[in-house]
Design a binder for this molecule. Sequence first.
Ligand code: ADP
Length: 489
Amino acid sequence: MFHDRNSARELVAALPRGLYIDGAWRESSTGASFPVHDPADATVLTEVADASLDDAMDALTAAHATQDAWGATTSRFRAELLRRAFGRIIERTEDFAALISLEMGKPLAEARGEVAYGAEFLRWFSEQAAHLTGSYAPAPNGGYRIVTTKVPVGPSLLITPWNFPLAMATRKIGAALAAGCTCVVKPAPQTPLTLALLTQIFHELEVPAGVVNYVPTLDAAALSLALMSDARLRKVSFTGSTGVGSILLRQAADRVLRTSMELGGNGPFVVFDDADLDAAVDGAMLAKMRNAGESCVAANRFLVHSDIAEEFTVRLVRRFEGLVAGDAFDPASTVGPLIDEAQLAKVTDLVDDAVAQGARLRTGGKTFGGDGHFFQPTVLTDVPDTARLAYEEIFGPVAAITTFDTEEQALARANDTEYGLAGYVYTRDISRALRFAERLETGMVGVNRGLVSDPGGPFGGVKASGQGREGGATGIEEYLETKYLAVEM
Ligand code: ADP
């Protein structure tokens, strides 16, 4: 059924509010809970259990206890379970979309897009699970055989962010389960409800107890440290800020844990003078405004050839001014609020700082909407290199435009950042497109395209944007070890 805000709140009231450990829902051992807010008006949607360290340890105990049995299931069995979970999410698209809109704020149409994208990871990994292979070869000097096979890494801690509450979870859980790993999943405290529903679906599908454990908490730092200090945990996969990623990498070093890190970005969006401007503006809208800019692959810096910069800006401003920022459940809305007060304050500061340093405000620039965390879609030009938003991740609906004259200049500026997640290049010259894309220091490049995310493509970054790839042909490898048998003849 289609939801309005009221029926979505009823859905929330019917959701389990506890932790899910060893196949059962339960309260926190301390009885503690924390509120989940609606970013559109800052009201409390519900309270969810706040996992204590004892709870976290119970979750790891369960994950560890069932690891061998889960790892020994056939890959066909795991594939079928994931495929059924995919189907179940699709059946409940409207419920998932409503929860995502309610706790995260994105408009329903975008939330439905996330449901399709998020579910697709489970289908993708179900297909991969069924196709795991090994190898058999004679040793180079003869005498014995080199046999390789894949084995699961083991119990994994999966830490997810709030910007895509479903998709960032399924692309970790799907890969882990497909590979035969059990997991402890910690959602972002802003958005635990979507994952509660996903967990409920795993329960309904009789995913064995201990395979997926769900532990929301307000104290992510203590929980991750405790789990990562325990020899039974073998892997941590994290999506979030580079600052937290660095902490986790340091923690992982002590016990040499496997890690996958999807961290911050500072995406350059480069438009050459021969670009198809209509396509570039369409791409810019996607790359900048999807999720109100709250995406790690968002275009952060627009670098536009000086001959077309004004035309590009005028068109982009027109499109930004046509956006309707408002309630996620109003079909007219095309942009939602930012996630919370802190994010709103950060975006406001970044824009104020750029304007104070001489940037020209072409549209937007202000917060609005009472207690909700709304920021107007904003376009800035003449942004000086010293402005903070030129080198910090904005995570908001703000396009900062600067100009260039030569390809070398554009490349040098695009690469002048510690980050390297996604970049975008628009040009009709195929040689230039490939040359530029190859030299761009990012893990992903949109070539005449504003959206790179796809379960079939390897998502991930270089430099301070992380390590490892999620999805794509190699995504499952993040949760597998290659085991080699030397077999005497
Ligand atoms: P943001 O600032 O955008 O919320 P974070 O990197 O802080 O991004 O958060 C991403 C995820 O990491 C969330 O689930 C959050 O609870 C979790 N997190 C934050 N700090 C830590 C930490 N020290 N250890 C483990 N997880 C953390």
